[in-house]
Design a protein around this ligand. Structure first.
Ligand SMILES: Nc1ncnc2c1ncn2[C@@H]1O[C@H](COP(=O)(O)O)[C@@H](O)[C@H]1OP(=O)(O)O
Ligand SMILES: [Mg+2]
Ligand SMILES: [Mg+2]
Ligand SMILES: [Mg+2]
Length: 337
């Protein structure tokens, strides 16, 4: 019996291609050099032209094809006609032809909630771009500690950037797409940049090589630009062998599934549902877990509070160990919803 693909598979197949288009927009804005940076709540909460254009591209493209889904994007933007060249109508055939897990086959468009982070790691995007554009860094060193650092340090900041499209049903993150626009930046000028990772609960995750971090070492990945005493105290309480400080929620979950970190620990409010929906879907599709610092799951219904107030703890394995190490002071500071 042949039947048309399930709605959620059509949505995921489109989200894959739409995320790729958004990644191309993120690269293009960087190359034009005019980032149009706006401070939202402060210097560590920025919005750029790339955030704005990528969100318009993603939300309008998906809404045209799936008019009944609820789409929630990070950026507050005026609703206006957008240029046709931002619209993406394509989809990945491979996803369309993948058999949908039985429990999701009958889902209706109006039951699905899509969480969109058009550019995750905006702070790192702006810093990476600033240093890329600085003329002849070698001859005219910047003031402060930047001067001593090689250019690759700043290029690697761009690798923290991702585009996140998460699909939720019944409050759960069931599928997601992560595009990493500057993946392969090490290959230099002319390289084909970017990759797209996708996953679905019951199917697995694709577009990368799943690897476990070494079992005998605790490598903690945490924030680079939104730290605080509570954040660092909590990391220290895990007795890590190594701490990695990088930007982006999507980027840190990629580190978990590629075996470069054993736990993502962020004992702070600051991450929102659009930061965690797609990463959580991909992580859980390969057997991992993402919770607040108490070990409670977040919900992704259309009407939930956006802020992940009780922090983020994500692992591929041994979640209980990390939960058991969270200090009482952190649990008191970050109450579950
Ligand atoms: N205090 C904060 N204010 C604004 N955004 C935050 C804050 N903390 C975390 N985020 C969002 O969560 C992501 C992961 O946090 P971090 O990079 O600090 O580990 C950030 O890139 C940012 O997403 P975005 O760049 O999409 O605004
Ligand atoms: Mg932001
Ligand atoms: Mg984000
Ligand atoms: Mg963002």
């Amino acid at each position: 019996m042949s039947s048309s693909p399930a709605v959620v598979m059509r949505l995921l197949a489109s989200a894959y291609t739409v995320a790729g288009k958004a990644g191309a927009i993120v690269r293009k804005v960087l190359h034009t050099g005019e980032l149009g940076i706006v401070e939202k709540t402060g210097a560590n909460d920025l919005q750029t032209l790339a955030d704005r254009l990528a969100q318009q591209s993603i939300c309008t493209s998906l809404a045209q094809q799936f008019p009944k889904i609820t789409i929630i994007g990070e950026e507050e933007l005026p609703s206006e006609e957008i240029s046709n060249d931002l619209i993406e109508n394509g989809h990945l055939e491979e996803i369309l032809h993948t058999t949908c897990p039985k429990e999701y086959r009958e889902l209706k468009e109006e039951e699905l909630v899509v969480w969109v982070d058009p550019l995750d790691g905006t702070k790192e995007y702006t810093e990476g771009s600033r240093h890329l554009r600085a003329p002849s860094r070698a001859q005219t060193p910047h003031k402060g500690s930047d001067a001593a650092q090689p250019l690759c340090t700043f290029l690697s900041l761009l690798d923290n950037v991702t585009v996140l499209i998460g699909i939720a049903h019944g409050g759960k993150a069931i599928a997601g797409v992560i595009n990493q626009p500057f993946y392969n930046y090490q290959l230099g000028a002319g390289a084909d940049l970017g990759r797209t990772i996708w996953g679905m609960s019951g199917l697995g995750a694709f577009g990368f090589q799943l690897q476990e971090a070494p079992g005998d070492r605790r490598v903690i990945t945490t924030t680079r630009s939104h730290s605080s005493k509570v954040v660092t105290d909590c990391v220290e309480a895990m007795e890590p062998h190594e701490v990695i400080r990088v930007g982006g929620a999507g980027n840190k979950v990629i580190q978990l599934v590629e075996g470069r970190a054993s736990a993502y620990v962020f004992a702070s409010p600051g991450c929102k549902k659009w930061d965690t929906c797609a990463p959580e879907a991909i992580l859980t599709a390969v057997g991992g877990k993402l919770t607040d610092m108490h070990g409670n799951a977040y919900r992704y219904d259309a009407n939930v509070k956006h802020m992940n107030s009780a922090g983020v703890l994500a692992t591929l394995r041994n979640h209980e160990y990390y939960i058991s190490r969270v200090p009482q002071s952190v649990l008191q500071a970050l109450k579950s919803d």
